[in-house]
Design a protein around this ligand. Structure first.
Ligand SMILES: C[S@@+](CC[C@H](N)C(=O)[O-])C[C@H]1O[C@@H](n2cnc3c(N)ncnc32)[C@H](O)[C@@H]1O
Length: 510
């Protein structure tokens, strides 16, 4: 039990009371043009708050929903990820069913389709701030009382201590003192009590292996500070607990030893800079030799401010009810049904011929091993990951996720999918893969799916906005949106899709 002063009890009491909604429900979502659908702007607002892997921009999804469905229709995304298709459907008054095998993805989807209100999140943040900010900052205190923002490490040696610049001033880079080393030592043997031990896998391309533990990727000090945050977040009422935990997961990569130091900027232009800059966690569980340890409080605070900024003006979906069972969804007590389950089994609960549009971005072969990469987040949230159910190709040999197993799973799943589609329904699949063999399941969709027709395709550009990710071998920056329909699908609905630059009727496969 965490001891709390009286003022904090008062804050918690306020948080438990239902908040007044102040949003103007008459506000209409802005219509998306064909041009905007093919060249999206990027991730802002709620879409920018968490770096879920392989997120899709909202514009092409919104455009497809607007063109191929009407209000009240049902949209299904069996690989919903962080919830973009869910949010865009519900904002447009469609009903929505979504599944994902990844627990953190499902929680992010729920946040996107039923965001918390600004006042509750702000009060929750103030409570956490009053409870732990000083305790956390105490672990980064210099001998002159100032608080360090970053530490630069070369393997296990602390080489620099940085202080964030204040009021436009530049940062200060200091040599570590005895006090800095003592603080590191004080927490060196700390092991987290609140984070479930993450499961790691081998990856020969980077220095990751199955025997890693949380201490290989996080200093004892970072673990202790993360524990402090979690222990107070656990005291919050349920409506704000998960949003705060999601902020913590969003910030957690930046709290690890996987934050690489960027050196030698400008090499290509001949202006090689000696300056070191802070990178980020992007490449699996790669532990760079030269890395940063970032002040945990600062990481958390930055993420919460992003969330607060995104919900400040209210949100049309705030307070929406989400159900997690088929029965309630079909009783129409809620417009959305979102479940953490493998789609191969969850799809059996969807009623036959009930869906108007399947809009999905399934796992793209070996592009992102979602569960492996999300393991740190799921450990923080205390959720188990069911690795065996994931459809993916993985470098981790011990998982047995080979190309053949992947192709079988994709063929099997897309083979049965059409049974839930109405006779006039559409299927839009966002896909990309380097090898031609990974496209075979797409031809199977037409051959095996009870009369699905192929209409055409359009390019759908997106970029993770990360230099490392975008330039990585195989780090594809665009998908192809493939459009299929049942025999009675109204092809007149496609006329706007055909206005998307580079729309084509060429074969759907590579
Ligand atoms: C390409 S991502 C979807 C990203 C999403 N469009 C977004 O914008 O965030 C594919 C998703 O499929 C999920 N997935 C993989 N295997 C699955 C399975 N068997 N059942 C359900 N979801 C699965 C992954 O967890 C991942 O979130």
């Amino acid at each position: 039990m965490v001891m709390r002063p009286k003022s904090i009890e008062w804050t918690l009491e306020r948080l438990r009371k239902p908040m007044q909604l102040s949003f103007d429900f008459a506000r209409e979502p802005t219509a998306v043009t064909p041009k905007k659908a093919s060249s999206p702007k990027g991730y802002t607002g709620l879409y920018g708050f968490h770096k879920y892997w392989g997120k899709k921009p909202y514009e092409p999804l919104a455009f497809v929903i607007e063109q191929l469905t009407d209000e009240g229709d049902t949209v299904l995304d069996p690989f919903v990820g962080s919830g973009t298709s869910a949010r865009e459907s519900l904002i447009r008054n469609r009903r929505f069913i979504g599944f994902d095998v990844n627990p953190v993805a499902v929680e992010l989807t729920k946040l996107l389709i039923s965001p918390p209100d600004y006042d509750s999140v702000r009060s929750a943040f103030r409570f956490i701030e009053r409870s732990v900010k000083d305790k956390i900052n105490g672990t980064y205190r210099l001998n002159d009382g100032r608080i360090a923002s970053h530490y630069l490490w070369e393997n296990d040696t602390l080489t620099q201590v940085w202080l964030r610049g204040v009021r436009g001033g530049g940062r200060e880079e200091l040599a570590p003192t005895a006090q800095d080393i003592d603080l590191v030592e004080e927490y060196a043997s700390y092991r987290s009590e609140h984070i479930r031990a993450p499961r790691f896998f081998s990856n020969g391309r980077i220095n990751a292996h199955a025997n890693l533990s949380i201490s290989d990727i996080m200093t004892g000090r970072a673990q202790r500070n993360l524990d402090l945050l979690l222990s107070y977040i656990n005291e919050l009422p349920p409506n704000v607990q998960m949003p705060m935990k999601l902020c913590l997961t969003a910030a957690s990569g930046q709290m690890t030893k996987m934050v690489f130091a960027v050196t030698g900027r400008g090499k290509m232009t001949g202006k090689n800079s000696a300056k070191v800059e802070v990178g980020s966690w992007v490449i699996g569980y790669w532990r760079p030799k030269l890395h940063f340890e970032v002040n945990v409080w600062n990481c958390f605070e930055r993420r919460v401010s992003k969330l607060l900024k995104a919900i400040k003006e209210g949100d049309p979906l705030q307070g929406s009810i989400i159900c997690d069972s088929m029965a309630r969804f079909y009783e129409a007590s809620s417009r959305s049904w979102v479940e953490c389950a493998p789609s191969q089994t969850a799809i059996r609960s969807v009623r036959e011929k009930s869906v108007n549009l399947i809009l999905t971005d399934p796992p793209h072969s070996d592009r992102v091993p979602y569960l492996e990469l999300s393991e740190l987040w799921n450990s923080i949230l205390g959720f188990e990951s069911h690795f065996s159910s994931e459809i993916v190709i993985s470098n981790a040999k011990e998982r047995g996720k080979t190309p053949d197993v992947y192709s079988q799973a994709m063929n099997g799943f897309f083979g049965i999918l059409s049974s839930v589609m109405r006779d006039d329904a559409f299927l839009v699949l966002l896909y990309n893969a380097r090898q031609a063999a990974r496209w075979r399941f797409v031809s199977q969709i037409i051959d095996k799916s009870g009369g699905l027709k192929y209409f055409g395709k359009f390019p759908c550009n997106y970029s993770a906005g990360s230099v490392v990710q975008d330039n990585r071998k195989g780090g594809l920056k665009n998908d192809i949106a493939l459009v299929f329909g049942k025999p009675d699908a109204d092809s007149r609905r496609l006329c706007q899709l055909a206005n998307i630059p580079n729309w084509s009727k060429d074969a759907p496969t590579k």
